[in-house]
Design a protein. Sequence first.
Length: 262
Amino acid sequence: MTELNIAVRKQEVNKCLLKKRFRSAQSTYNAHAKVQQDMAVRLANLAQAHVPASQKKLLEFGCGTGLLTNEIMKCFEVDTYTYNDLVDDADQSILPLIDAQVQQTRFIAGDVEQIEFPAGQDSIWSGATIQWIDHLGNFFQKLHSALNEGGYLVLSSFGPDNYQEIKCLTGNGITYKTKEQIRELAAPYFELVAFEEWQHNMWFKSPMEVLKHMRYTGVNSVSHCRWSKGQMQAFMADYDQFLQLEGYPLTYHPYLMIFKKK
């Protein structure tokens, strides 16, 4: 095991660090989160085949900078839009996207596992958030309680091959659940009505550009690890094993999921 492996393995994900990283990335996120933008577009389009176009009450958690919010507004009519994010000033990005199109808005800041969701939602949405949930089975129960009968849960996330290059080199990373695990945890409360997955490589000129991309999208939230100069040099050298004609890859493994309340 390399020095870098040891340094990263000692660290753990925590919500305070997650909040700090995503707040730091607010100004750079939209310009660099190309895969997440594509996921938002594809999720909203997929939902149009299942979710009624008119939504009296819609809840979005983990709204971030509004990539998914913007796509929802293009595809659905919403009366009351409730939105949440761990970053407590995220509403400044979201309100301009929805204020002119909905009758009522409400922002709830905080950890989605701790806050109380308003009941009576027609649909609940989230883009690339559930991988940060510690107790996903309990969380599905919470979402189930907040939805009306026949309501929809519209989610995107990432699969186990996400950031596989980083995991290979460091021995650590976010633990992404398989589609089977997610479906099993949701099964007591929801029927899965649509699912899509794919893999996409982003290409960079250097390993340093890979790390910058992760920082600009807030995804270096997995640890407090501060690499020494030697550890950084080792990472750069080791990343050369992935070099191809297109450059240095970073693998994304997106999931799109639509559930209906049982």
